[in-house]
Write a protein that binds this ligand. Structure first.
Ligand SMILES: Cc1ncc(C[n+]2csc(CCOP(=O)(O)OP(=O)(O)O)c2C)c(N)n1
Ligand SMILES: [Mg+2]
Length: 577
C-alpha cells in the first residue's frame, strides 16, 4: 500500500475517478475536514485534468457549480467542509433537483466516533437534502485495506451514472457524504506523481463502471389535430428545438418562454396573446401541446384549464409537469422527432395566431418607442437587441442568463430573442444564487468556444448573491455583463395583487423592500467594473467587453404597474384589428 494516509488515498482516487467519468470542472469551498479533497483537486487542476474554482461562500459555490453544469451539460462536483457549510448548498440542490441538473455534492464529515457527542463543526449530514437528491451515499471512513479501491471507484461511477441520468433519463443532484479521519493533509513529501497499482483505475483510462441506456423505443406518430397550439417552457434545448421543428412541420403556432433556444422561434408577445380574449374567441386551440415546464405566465394555466382544450405534455424525462392537473396524455420526447406526418393544416387557425402576433409584436415595439425614460421592458429589449445585432459566427454563440423576477417576464413580452443559449433557474425560480449561476454558465460556455455572456437581473436578485463578486485573484473569470435593472426593490410585486392601491400603506415596507444600496460602491469594494447608464448610452454600454462587469439600469418602480396596464391595453386594441 501507499505511504499516503487513507483519507488522502481516497481523495486522490475519488477525483481521479470523477475525471475519468467526464468531470472537467470542480468547485471548492475551503475548510479543514475537506483538506484531503482540496489537495487532490489542486493537484488535478495543476496537472490540467480539471479546472478548479475556489469560492469562500458555500451558497455561491453551490450555484457556481450549478451554472457550470447548466452551461456545460456535464456533471460538476462542489466540495465543502462539514457543518453549516453543507446546509448552504441546499438552495442549489433544490434547483438542481427541479431543473434536472447533474450537481455532485461532496460534503466532508466527521468520522462516526466524533458524531452526536458535541464535537466541533458537526451536524447530522446523513440524507441532509432529503428527497431532493437522486442518490445519497454515506461512503464510510477510508481505510487502507484491500478492496477499498473498488468501493471508492464504483461509488464515484455510480454517483455520475445517477447524476447524469444515463440509465434513468432523469438527471439531477447526488450527495456523497465523506467521513474523513486524520491525517487530513498529505505526507510532507506531497502526493505521489501517480497512484500506486492497488489504487489504479481501469487500464483503458475510462470510468470504473459504464452505463448506457437501451435502444430507443419506437413511438407511434403523434396524431395531427390541426388546431394545436404548442407551448414550450423550461426544458433541454434539444427538446425545445425539436418542438419548433414539429410545429413548423404541422403548421401549429408556437409560443416559447425565453428560457430555452426555442425562444428565437416563438410568436412575439406570447403571454399577451394567451390572455387575449378576442384571439381566443376567433381561434381557440382544440389541443395544447406543452413541451417542458412553463412557469412564467398565469395565462398559460388559464388556457390549459379551459374545458375546450385537450392537453398533452412532453417532459424532458420521467417527471412531467402538470400544475393544473389537466394533462390527458404524457408523451415520450421521441414524438417530437417524428416530424413528417404531413397532417392536414388549418390555415385559418395558424394565420389568426400569426396575424395577432404580428399586431401584438408591433404594438409592443411602438409602445416602448413612445414611452419616455427607461423601464425594465426597455432594458430587456436592449439586451435582446444586443444579442441579435452584434455577434457573428466567429464570436461564438452568446449566452443569456435570465434572473427569476421581472427580467424574464419582460423578455417574454418584448422578445424576440435570437438563437442564443439561455440559462435560467426556472426549477424553483429562486432569486438566490443568480450571479453565481451566471458566472458558472459563462465560464463553462466560454471554455468551449462560446461568445459573450449577458445576465438580466433585478437589483434584489443581484444583491442576494453579492458574494458571487468576491472572486480570488487566481480564479478563472468569465466575460460576463450583469445587466442589473435597479428599481430599488421588488418591482414584480407592484404587478401582483399586493401592488393594488388598497394595500399601498403597507406595500413599501413588506413588498417593495428598498435597500438604497449604492451599487457602484458595492462593485468598487469587490473590484468589479460598474457603469450606470441612461436612455442615451444603454445600447452602447452593452457592446461586448472582456471581463466581469455590471451595467446598472436605473428605473422607477412606482411606474411599473400602470406601465403594464397601458401596454396590455395597447396590445389588446392592436390585435382587435
Ligand atoms: C430565494 C428567494 N426569496 C424570495 C423570493 C420571492 N421573490 C420573488 S421576486 C422577488 C423580488 C425580486 O426583486 P428584483 O430582483 O429587484 O427584481 P424586480 O422584480 O424588481 O425586477 C422576491 C423577493 C424568491 N423567488 N426567491
Ligand atoms: Mg428590483
Amino acid at each position: 500500500m501507499s505511504s499516503m494516509g487513507a483519507a488522502s488515498q481516497f481523495a486522490a482516487v475519488l477525483i481521479d475517478e470523477l475525471v475519468r467519468g467526464g468531470v472537467t470542472e470542480a468547485v471548492l469551498a475551503p475548510g479543514s475536514r475537506n483538506a484531503p479533497l482540496s489537495f487532490a483537486l489542486h493537484d488535478a487542476d495543476r496537472t490540467g485534468r480539471l479546472r478548479l474554482h475556489v469560492r469562500i461562500d458555500e451558497r455561491t459555490a453551490g450555484f457556481l457549480a450549478l451554472g457550470l453544469a447548466k452551461g456545460s451539460g456535464r456533471p460538476v462536483p462542489v466540495i465543502t467542509t462539514s457543518g453549516t457549510a453543507t446546509a448552504n448548498l441546499h438552495p442549489a440542490v433544490l434547483e438542481a433537483d427541479a431543473a434536472g441538473t447533474p450537481l455532485l455534492v461532496l460534503t466532508a464529515d466527521r468520522p462516526p466516533e466524533l458524531r452526536g457527542r458535541g464535537a466541533n463543526q458537526t451536524v447530522n449530514q446523513i440524507q441532509l437534502y432529503g428527497d431532493a437528491v437522486r442518490l445519497f451515499a454515506e461512503v464510510g471512513v477510508p481505510e487502507d485495506r484491500p478492496g477499498q479501491n473498488a468501493h471508492w471507484r464504483s461509488t464515484a461511477s455510480r454517483a455520475l451514472v445517477v447524476a447524469t441520468g444515463a440509465l434513468s433519463g432523469d438527471p439531477g443532484p447526488v450527495h456523497l457524504n465523506l467521513a474523513l479521519r486524520e491525517p487530513l493533509v498529505p505526507d510532507p513529501q506531497g502526493l505521489p506523481a501517480s497512484l500506486p497499482a492497488d489504487l489504479a483505475g481501469r487500464s483503458n483510462g475510462g470510468p470504473w463502471t459504464r452505463a448506457k441506456a437501451g435502444p430507443r423505443r419506437s413511438v407511434p406518430p403523434y396524431d395531427g389535430v390541426p388546431r394545436t397550439l404548442v407551448i414550450v417552457g423550461d426544458c433541454s434545448n434539444r427538446l425545445a428545438l425539436a418542438a419548433v421543428a414539429l410545429a413548423a412541420d404541422r403548421g401549429w403556432p408556437l409560443i416559447a418562454e425565453p428560457v430555452t433556444s426555442a425562444a428565437a422561434c416563438g410568436l412575439p408577445a406570447g403571454p399577451l396573446l394567451l390572455a387575449d380574449p378576442g384571439l381566443l374567441a376567433r381561434a381557440h386551440p382544440e389541443r395544447v401541446l406543452v413541451v417542458g415546464r412553463p412557469t412564467l405566465s398565469r395565462a398559460v394555466g388559464a388556457l390549459l384549464r379551459s374545458p375546450e382544450v385537450e392537453v398533452d405534455v412532453v417532459p424532458s424525462g420521467p417527471r412531467w409537469a402538470d400544475a393544473s392537473g389537466v394533462a390527458a396524455r404524457v408523451l415520450d420526447a421521441d414524438v417530437l422527432e417524428d416530424s413528417a406526418l404531413g397532417a392536414a393544416r388549418d390555415r385559418g387557425f395558424l394565420h389568426a395566431w400569426l396575424d395577432a402576433a404580428g399586431a401584438a409584436g408591433g404594438a409592443v415595439q411602438a409602445f416602448l418607442d413612445g414611452e419616455p425614460g427607461l423601464t425594465g421592458l426597455h432594458a430587456a429589449r436592449a439586451v435582446s437587441r444586443t444579442l441579435t445585432g452584434r455577434h457573428t459566427a466567429a464570436d461564438g454563440e452568446p449566452l443569456l442568463v435570465v434572473g427569476s423576477s421581472s427580467g424574464v417576464r419582460d423578455l417574454d413580452v418584448v422578445g424576440r430573442l435570437p438563437p442564443v443559449q439561455v440559462v435560467a433557474n426556472r426549477g424553483v425560480a429562486g432569486i438566490d444564487g443568480m450571479v453565481s449561476t451566471a458566472v458558472g454558465a459563462a465560464l463553462a460556455t466560454q471554455r468551449s468556444g462560446g461568445g459573450p455572456a449577458y445576465a438580466l437581473l433585478g437589483d434584489l436578485t443581484f444583491l442576494h448573491d453579492a458574494t458571487a463578486l468576491m472572486i480570488g485573484p487566481g480564479e478563472p473569470r468569465p466575460d460576463l455583463t450583469l445587466v442589473v435593472v435597479n428599481d430599488d426593490g421588488g418591482g414584480i410585486f407592484t404587478r401582483l395583487e399586493p401592488g393594488a392601491a388598497e394595500h399601498a400603506a403597507a406595500f413599501e415596507r413588506i413588498f417593495g423592500t428598498p435597500t438604497g444600496v449604492d451599487l457602484a460602491a458595492l462593485c468598487a469594494a469587490s473590484g468589479t467594473a460598474h457603469r450606470r447608464v441612461g436612455e442615451a448610452d444603454l445600447r452602447a454600454a452593452l457592446l461586448p467587453q472582456p471581463g466581469l462587469r455590471v451595467v446598472e439600469v436605473p428605473v422607477e418602480r412606482g411606474r411599473t404597474r400602470e406601465l403594464h396596464e397601458r401596454l396590455l391595453a395597447a396590445v389588446r386594441s392592436a390585435t382587435a384589428g
